[in-house]
Write a protein that binds this ligand. Structure first.
Ligand code: PEP
Ligand code: MN
Length: 370
């Protein structure tokens, strides 16, 4: 059960303490407080944990500072909307605001290789007004003989370059607890030159111990990628591990699903689920067109499939686009063939803006009232 307090309720208000006291008066019930940053306001929510089935909602609804009491029925308790009773959650990180209302593009390299390639990438981002990027230092590869990423050794120069070109947030995958510690330490040693969003890759979507690790720290937000071979509900349940650890700054990413029905794409593109995830969860939703499509194939009109599926996700209301770029794909140590070229960046960003405007128009003209 979740008790949503009215927006002006202060953490030290006597009514808040009375509500908590009443809740904890029921046998076996404990409470947790969360401050939720919604699209337009910030509210305190009280989570009742334990046997809440026998706890009535009415006594709580009588408090003037209680806005709503929501019975939690679905499995993803913290990240779920629970039938629309709860609003979306946004958050700020390193000067960037993330929510179900806005859109950020994270163009960057799949894997960090040489400094000159990253420098050219970040420089192009700065020239195009982009402050968010991706750069993999730890790569989970299908074969043990493939390049595994530059690891901790590259972090100091990656963060220094990011700072130099005004990059505020880098999405960076982690596959082990020690990567989280290495990143936090290197960020500190760089004087927090940039910020990192910890990416959980599709192969680790159900690595529950890793999910607990990134969930139990609250310094860095988490980009959780859906599992490629599990259901959406299983992915949302796995993502709940992050939130249940205490970290509520989470983005949920769609990146396609493993199925031969997905041919000729690397994965079956699942961006029709953007609005579904926005309806089921409170989280901003990311799409990864590069790892979904996996190639530079193009349509007869000349549009790359990566552009086309990006448009599908953006017109459906996506909040983040994670996309592979490389200044010299022939030098890339991972996923070169699916990388967009730096010369294609302005057109990609323009295309995203065209489609985002169309999405906003659709919401204005076509959306049904509540
Ligand atoms: C990636 O983004 O670099 C990546 C490996 O993605 P995924 O986990 O979706 O395959
Ligand atoms: Mn990749």
């Amino acid at each position: 059960m979740i008790i949503v307090m009215k927006a002006d309720t202060q953490p030290d208000s006597p009514e808040l303490s009375q509500v908590i006291q009443m809740a904890e008066g029921y046998p076996g019930i404990t409470t947790q407080l969360h401050r939720i940053e919604g699209a337009t306001r910030s509210v305190i929510e009280i989570y009742l944990l334990g046997p809440t089935g026998v706890v009535p909602t009415e006594p709580f609804e009588e408090f003037t500072s209680v806005e709503r009491v929501v019975r939690v029925t679905e499995k993803f308790r913290s990240i779920g909307r629970h039938g629309g009773g709860l609003e979306a959650v946004g958050f700020d990180y390193n000067g960037v605001h993330f929510s179900q209302e806005n859109l950020h593009v994270f163009p960057g390299v799949c894997a960090v290789d040489e400094p000159h390639n990253l420098e050219d990438t970040f420089k192009a981002l700065q020239e195009n007004g982009v402050q968010t990027s991706r750069a993999g230092a730890y790569k989970p590869r299908t074969s043990p003989y493939d390049f595994q990423g530059k690891g901790a050794a590259c972090l100091p120069w990656v963060f220094e370059l990011a700072g130099k070109f005004g990059i505020r947030v880098i999405a960076m995958e982690v596959t082990h607890e020690k990567h989280v510690n290495e990143i936090r330490q290197a960020l500190r040693e760089s004087g927090n030159a940039t910020g990192v969003m910890l990416q959980i890759g599709t192969r680790n979507a159900q690595n529950f111990e890793l999910l607990k690790v990134v969930g139990q720290q609250t310094e860095l937000p988490v980009l959780f990628k859906r599992g490629m071979g599990i259901t959406l509900e299983e992915s949302l349940n796995a993502c709940e591990y992050v939130a249940s650890g205490g970290n509520r700054r989470i983005i949920f990413a769609l990146r396609g699903m493993k199925t031969n029905l997905g041919d000729p794409h690397r994965n079956f593109v699942d961006f029709a689920h953007v609005p579904v995830v926005k309806r089921l969860s409170r989280l901003p939703v990311c799409i990864d067109p590069s790892h979904s499509v996996g190639s530079r194939a193009k349509s007869p009109e000349g549009l790359l499939d990566i552009f086309n599926v990006t448009a599908q996700g953006v017109i459906a209301g996506a909040n983040l686009v994670l996309v592979d770029f490389h200044p010299r794909p022939e030098e890339a140590l991972c996923d070169g063939p699916q990388a967009l070229l730096i010369s294609e960046l302005p057109r990609f960003l323009e295309d995203v803006q065209i489609v985002r405007k169309a999405y906003e128009e659709r919401v204005k003209r076509t959306a049904l009232p509540d």
